[in-house]
Design a protein around this ligand. Structure first.
Ligand code: IMP
Ligand code: MG
Length: 172
């Protein structure tokens, strides 16, 4: 890993924040048996750390999406790997690595709401609010970040650098 860049969120801070989020989610979902949905692939690292600290019963499931053309232009996504669990009448929490324009999640929410979940909320590890186009409420967020493109902790650049334990800004 010889990628040059600036570490903007160190490993220790990530660990602390993820534990805080897990505590909050454990409180809010007490007795609700939520289904934690992870959007592949970036949010996998976040999911593993977060669920390890949940103190409530929950199930996990995964889905993968692809956009028709650049998501940033249309926001139209297609599910390429669907959930295995039925979310009808279930409390659903979606985990994302980063919400940028919000178009991808906005569209995904529309698809999942049609399945009649009891509730559906969003937990994003990173929030780049300045780029938001879609009107989207993020219920839980790890960190807010600025314009820099970032890698690490699941986030990639051309499928690389996901395994870095910190968030690094790369602007070259
Ligand atoms: P949007 O919210 O629809 O614009 O798209 C969010 C998706 O774009 C995320 O799930 C990431 O896959 C990707 N993405 C956006 N910003 C970054 C970044 O800084 N690093 C890596 N991936 C990013
Ligand atoms: Mg992603």
């Amino acid at each position: 890993m010889d990628q040059k860049g600036k570490i903007i969120i160190p490993e220790k801070e990530i660990r602390k924040r993820v534990e805080e989020l897990a505590e909050q989610i454990s409180r809010d979902y007490e007795g609700l048996n939520p289904i934690i949905i992870t959007v592949l692939r970036g949010a996998v690292y976040f999911m593993v750390d977060l669920t390890r600290h949940l103190t409530i019963p929950h199930r996990i499931d995964f889905l993968a999406i692809a956009s028709y053309g650049p998501a940033t232009q249309t926001g139209v996504v297609r599910i390429t790997k669907d959930l295995d669990l039925d979310i009808h009448n279930e409390h659903v929490l979606i985990l994302e690595d980063i919400v940028d324009t919000g178009l991808t999640l906005h569209y995904l929410l529309r698809i999942l709401k049609e399945r009649g979940p009891a509730s559906i909320k969003i937990c994003a590890f990173l929030d780049r609010a300045a780029q938001r186009i879609a009107n989207l409420n993020i219920d839980y967020k790890g960190f807010e970040i600025g314009e820099d493109f970032v890698v690490g902790y699941g986030l990639d650049r051309e499928e690389k650098y996901r395994n870095l334990p910190y968030i690094m800004a790369v602007n070259d």
